[in-house]
Design a protein around this ligand. Structure first.
Ligand code: PAF
Length: 278
């Protein structure tokens, strides 16, 4: 695997193979099996697989974990090499933001002011800005993102469509631990006790999916009960919400689907998110 700290270096390497189809998997590092599964899927769609590692300051709020976000570069490189990635773009902040970023992607507020965006003001603006910039740098034909960050994926899909970017977005299924916990770089923050408790979030989402599939239509009751169950076990729930998959707004009724149930809650200082399509 070739490692490129600069935009010019990556572009020169890709220019050596101008007709190759390029698949791109952007990450913030601290890679887990979910990322690696996206890298392997990427190989099925392209001749060349490019990954990036960049912890993007723009998408972190002032009181969020930018400084303590785990940086595990050597380990990540070993995993990417093993997964058969061809090129890693790993810029520092000066390379990505040589001057303060004053132009931003402003996603549709109807997509950013809800769910995670309501809890993390500015997060999706910073995320969309860096993703557009990374797309311009790598110029892939295909890009892969995990469904665990469902709202992120919806915003990226809309950005690609509205800006007519010639990139196919591929959605990877959420990778889970044996006990159902969605893999996340932030799981490493959990104490052993919190780690044992953490799969409850996914169990609550599953319970809602089962109830809906069994014909229950009182969504508010399901959401309220799931929130109460989490709170009773020491969580600080942010939301548990049944939404339309298309725009993540509340469905008018049970037929207004397809649906997805999403959840976000804090265990101690760690905020976990998950979702299940219904
Ligand atoms: O999902 C992530 O890891 C990040 O939001 C992304 C897409 C790499 C942009 O920084």
């Amino acid at each position: 695997m070739q490692i490129h700290p600069t935009i010019a270096g990556l572009r020169a390497a890709l220019a050596a193979n101008p007709t190759a189809r390029v698949a791109f998997v952007p990450t913030m590092g601290n890679l887990h099996d979910g990322h690696i599964s996206l890298m392997r899927q990427a190989r099925e769609h392209a001749d060349i697989v490019v990954a990036s590692i960049f912890v993007n300051r723009l998408q972190f709020g002032p009181n969020e974990d930018f400084d303590k976000y785990p940086r595990t570069f050597q380990n990540d490189c070993a995993r990417l090499t093993q997964a058969g990635v061809d090129h890693l773009f790993a810029p520092d902040e000066k390379e990505m933001y040589p001057e303060p970023q004053r132009y931003h992607v402003e996603p549709n507020p109807a997509h950013t002011d809800i769910l995670d965006g309501a809890a993390r003001p500015g997060h999706f603006r910073g995320m969309a800005t860096v993703v557009l910039k990374l797309f311009n740098i790598v110029q892939p034909q295909v890009a892969l993102f995990g469904k665990k960050d469902y709202q992120q994926l919806m915003i990226i899909t809309n950005m690609v469509r509205e800006f007519a970017l010639p990139i196919e977005i591929i959605r990877g299924e959420t990778s889970r631990a044996d006990d159902g916990l969605a893999l996340s770089s932030r799981n490493g923050y959990l104490t052993p006790e919190q780690r044992a408790e953490a799969p409850r979030l996914q169990r609550q989402l599953k319970w809602i999916r089962e109830r809906i599939n069994a014909g229950e239509h009182d969504f508010l009751r399901l959401e309220t009960e799931a929130v109460a169950e989490l709170a009773a076990h020491g969580w600080q729930p942010d939301y548990i919400s049944i939404r339309r998959r298309s725009d993540l707004h509340p469905p008018k009724d049970a037929a207004d689907g397809p649906l997805v149930v999403l959840g976000a809650a804090k265990l101690g200082a760690t905020r976990l998110i998950d979702n299940l399509e219904i």
